[in-house]
Design a protein around this ligand. Structure first.
Ligand code: HEM
Length: 398
């Protein structure tokens, strides 16, 4: 038992808590050792820090629900899949899941690799780049355009919408964030409307077509559901992969021997991708609310209590990972929780893994001697380890 004076006091809704990775991980290490179900008294939250306990909460989705606030701020009007519980969650998820299976994404792989090759050629023409603009922000934004059905020329807009939507948790504390968040919503809805109209009569192979022509229990999807699903995919698809790519490349700059090993033996890429996901953990957390009195990790939880699952902590849990603070692209098994777990497990895992795999394969084949020119400019953001820019220099492999 820790004496009250020694107890770590953390504000889990302070955006700056997540900004400095080292400080954040020091706090999580303390919590896992001393108070694994951490009481954030200021915000009335239970912080779940251990890998097993996060899995336990995610597994018991009928007790720990998403439908009363999966983010810091509960928006009851939000009715995409992630903001709802089964059975409605599952019905909406099934509309797109078939196009995101391993086999379906394998069919898209040549297109993903071609886009990666085009962007790598762009980097090769220089010897230094702002990696987010030239590569990591662009690649997933363009893939998100394709998946949803926005023209690919709109990738800059998609990139900007994803950045602003990802600041959702701060919108009630900062007027500028609120206006920006509101504007991003207005902008994407304005762009969506004519495309949705067109796809209704003339469907294409994209998710906007799927949603405008879908029915659940004989009823078409309400327009607001479609809008919220599109918003979820913009932020979920474009922002997270960008974060993994950027911080991942930064980690490789610190571990040149592992970069060279991957270049020499591309069969290491799949485990390298998993280690990047564990190491970076693009999303900091998801929230749940208890629908009944229960218990997690020996801690009593009362009906109505709010829970925050802390993924970066679960991914450095020394009870599960050998030397968790060591970046090791051969780590196997690697039971990280970067994609969550259970009912709401990320539906885009195959797209994300394929994109990251294609990117790190092509980048490591082409470039060596990675040198950060600036550190990744990490935002103070509750939701994501969002990175605005990262300038890096490199040599072409001879
Ligand atoms: C490195 C990239 C990614 C990471 C780290 C990531 C992470 C996550 C996490 C942590 C969740 C919540 C899981 C839970 O509550 O248990 C989630 C859900 C989701 N993600 Fe991803 N994601 C990534 C890429 C993508 C991509 C590429 C897409 C779209 C193609 C996507 C779409 C979604 C959707 C729609 C959900 C909601 C699923 C549901 O409620 O059933 N994500 N993601």
């Amino acid at each position: 038992m820790t004496a009250a004076a020694d107890r770590l006091i953390a504000d889990l809704l302070d955006p700056e808590f997540y900004q400095d990775g080292e400080r954040m991980h020091a706090a999580f290490t303390w919590m896992r050792a001393n108070e694994p179900v951490y009481r954030d008294r200021r915000n009335g939250l239970w912080g779940i820090t251990r890998n097993d306990d996060v899995r336990d909460v995610e597994r018991r989705s009928t007790v720990f629900c998403s439908g009363q606030g999966y983010r810091a701020i509960w928006s009851p009007e939000e009715i995409n899949m992630i903001a709802q519980d089964d059975p409605r969650h599952r019905q909406q998820r099934l509309l797109v899941q078939g196009d995101l299976t391993g086999a379906a994404v394998a069919e898209r792989k040549p297109d993903i690799e071609a886009l990666v090759a085009e962007l790598v050629d762009g980097l090769a023409a220089t010897g230094e780049a702002e990696f987010v603009d030239a590569f990591s922000g662009q690649l997933p934004a363009r893939l998100t355009c394709r998946l949803l059905g926005f023209p690919e020329t709109m990738w800059r807009e998609v990139k900007s919408w994803s950045e602003r939507l990802m600041r959702t948790d701060m919108r009630e504390r900062d007027g500028e964030v609120f206006r920006d968040f509101f504007d991003a919503n207005m902008e994407f809805v304005t762009a969506l409307m004519p495309i949705a109209q067109e796809r209704k009569g003339c469907p294409a192979h994209d998710f906007i077509s799927t949603w405008v022509n879908a029915e659940i229990e004989g009823e078409p999807l309400p327009p607001s559901t479609i809008v919220h699903e599109v918003g979820l995919f913009i932020a979920g698809g474009a922002e997270t992969t960008r974060t993994a790519l950027t911080h991942g490349l930064r980690a490789f700059a610190d571990h040149p021997e592992q970069w060279e090993a991957m270049a020499a033996d591309p069969s290491l890429v799949p485990t390298a991708v998993e280690e990047v996901l564990r190491w970076v953990t693009p999303l900091n957390n998801m929230f749940r609310r208890a629908l009944a009195d229960d218990e997690v990790g020996g801690q009593e939880i009362r009906r109505g209590d709010r829970i925050i699952m802390l993924y970066p902590s679960a991914n450095r849990d020394e009870a599960v990972f050998d030397q968790p603070f060591r970046f090791d692209i051969t780590r196997d098994p690697n039971p990280h929780l970067a994609f969550g777990f259970g009912t709401h497990l990320c539906v885009g895992t195959n797209v994300a893994r394929t994109t990251l795999g294609a990117a790190f394969t092509a980048l490591s084949q082409r470039f060596t001697n990675l040198r950060p020119v600036t550190e990744p400019d990490v935002e103070a953001n509750i939701f994501a380890r969002a990175v605005r820019s990262f300038r890096v220099a490199y040599d072409l492999r001879s």
